[in-house]
Ligand binder design. Structure first.
Ligand code: SF4
Length: 295
């Protein structure tokens, strides 16, 4: 049973960092990826620089060198290519002055092939920005394909390159045109995967993103929007803010958030969002059983 630390007071995020013992993965001059979603222009629910700056400052105080990062999107928008994506991050305040660290977006060709040898994938395509040490800073919210978006999604879909994101979304194997289709090996292929398939594939990518690495997780259960921060809008929150969670286990922290956010399940009654948790646990990413420790 892994520990998940919690506070309902976001101003105590640095204390949460301490009590969760997250400094143990930081060594002098370590480069540390702060994996975050910078928010599509027009969206206002994404995590804000002042909400995560305390984490960057803590890492620096222990000798680490943090940088905010994400991989480019498969869909068209202002986070599709590195230059625009970086500008979006800066427009949303992810600068050294406002966020305590700079932002970095890798190019598609900097993709790493990580061997996972799991049910759906033998290897996964992960951005070079994942490095060796990761703090995943996740805005926990609803999602119209996976039911909810938490740490598993931030790692898996988030660290997947555009090619990787396509592979997570598509289901060409079960398409009757697969033998003749010329699009299925390109970024123009269809996004046909079922929710269950996408959730399992996403968990395999998350497994690849953190394989042989030291990682820690913060989930923010605030501004809970019904949908992903990839949309250029979000609407009002579907529930009151809960707080911030910290853990070394991406499955335990997502389970703890989902247990506090039952409302998300009612928005997508046809999606079983526990598939990603069950499958992530099955492949060894973490544990659904957790012990909550209140600050
Ligand atoms: S790209 Fe579309 S049409 Fe082609 S095999 Fe895949 S699902 Fe079928």
């Amino acid at each position: 049973m892994n520990k998940v630390f919690f506070t309902n007071d976001l101003s105590k995020t640095a204390e949460l960092f301490e009590i969760a013992g997250l400094k143990e993965i930081i060594q002098q001059d370590d480069s540390i990826a702060l994996k975050i979603h910078f928010g599509e222009p027009g969206n206002t629910a994404y995590l804000k620089p002042h909400q995560v700056k305390l984490i960057a400052e803590k890492i620096i105080s222990y000798g680490g060198r943090p940088f905010y990062t994400d991989c480019n999107t498969l869909y068209q928008g202002r986070r599709m290519f590195s230059k625009d994506h970086l500008l979006t991050a800066e427009e949303h305040g992810f600068t050294l002055e406002q966020a305590g660290a700079k932002a970095f977006i890798p190019e598609e060709e900097d993709s790493l092939e990580i061997d996972v040898s799991l049910k759906h994938f033998k290897k996964v395509y992960i951005g070079s920005n994942a490095g060796n040490k990761i703090f995943a800073l996740t805005h926990f919210k609803g999602h119209d394909v996976t039911g909810f978006g938490g740490a598993i999604k931030n790692l898996g879909m988030g660290f997947g390159t555009r090619k990787g994101k396509l592979k997570m979304h598509q289901d060409c194997i079960n398409c009757k045109e697969v033998k003749t289709c010329k699009r299925n090996q390109t970024l123009e292929a269809c996004y046909f995967g079922s929710s269950a398939l996408v959730q399992e594939k996403m968990a395999e990518y998350a497994y690849g993103a953190v394989k042989n690495k030291k990682c820690a997780y913060f989930n923010f259960l605030i501004n809970v929007s019904p949908n992903c921060d990839c949309y250029p809008f979000n609407g009002p929150p579907i529930m009151p803010d809960v707080g911030v969670f910290a853990s070394f286990d991406p499955v335990a922290i997502d389970q703890a958030c989902l247990d506090k956010a039952d409302k998300i399940k009612s928005i997508y009654p046809n999606i079983d969002c526990t598939i990603q948790l069950n499958y992530a646990e099955k492949i060894g990413l973490g544990s659904r059983k957790y012990q909550i420790i209140n600050l």
